[in-house]
Design a protein. Structure first.
Length: 232
């Protein structure tokens, strides 16, 4: 496994640090998984963003030949400009500066012949869960699946991502991000005819990502999704 600390300067002037984890000696295009960290991992050290889930992503790279990209949000910014406890989240027409930089990074540098274009995924925790819903709605043509963990999004736009397989997670007693936000997104998706997966942990508060990362079915489910397939 190769791990490189890189950075990308977006046309909006923001420099976005990111970790690039790659399998060794692969001769064919590989799946790519984008991971969006939570608010506590913001910074400029280009390492804290993998404080949570490091073992999960290491397994993805070594055992499944996945390329993992983990950008780091600046300390004074957010993947999504939304209030965590707002039950009526509305999609911002313009993304936050870090999200804008990530989308430009994806389109200009990361989506290439070395990546399986039918197997690009995004997952995120807390602030990154909001970011996952957000980037799926901004770039539905890119992603084969999404895994938002204890996040929320604009449920009025669920129809824009109805073709994308989703597996969402949340703790039922989350005291930071209301569980109702995930419930609303899942309900809205089901109304479009989509068949999202949803795991709610009855005795878990905000730290639902620990249980999600430990779910033995998650990596297999992610990698079973392809862009040409819907709702597997």
């Amino acid at each position: 496994m190769k791990i490189e600390q890189k950075q990308f300067t977006c046309s909006n002037g923001l420099t976005l640090p990111y970790i690039d984890m790659m399998p060794e000696n692969v001769l064919e295009p590989v799946p790519m998984l984008i991971f969006l960290h939570g608010v506590g991992e913001r910074g400029t050290d280009n390492s804290s963003q993998l404080r949570n889930g490091h073992e999960f992503f290491t397994t993805a790279v070594i055992e499944y030949n996945v390329r993992v990209i983990a950008p780091q949000c600046p300390p004074d910014d957010y993947w999504v400009l939304a209030k965590w406890d707002d039950l009526k989240i509305r999609f911002a027409q313009r993304p936050s500066r870090p999200m804008e930089a990530l989308i430009e990074l994806l389109n200009k540098k990361l989506i290439s012949y070395t990546v399986d274009l039918e197997k690009i995924y995004c997952m995120g925790i807390s602030m990154g869960g909001f970011g996952t819903w957000d980037i799926l709605m901004r770039c539905p043509q890119i992603f084969a699946a999404g895994v938002p963990i204890c996040g929320g999004g604009d449920d009025s736009l669920a129809h824009t991502i109805s073709r994308i397989p989703i597996w969402a997670f949340h703790g039922a007693i989350d005291n930071v991000v209301p569980v109702e936000l995930s419930r609303k997104m899942i309900a809205a998706l089901k109304k479009t005819g989509a068949r999202p997966r949803y795991t709610e942990y009855p005795e878990v508060a905000h730290d639902s990502w620990t249980s999600a990362f430990n779910d033995p079915a998650l990596l297999d489910w992610i990698l079973s999704q392809r862009k040409r397939d819907a709702h597997l």
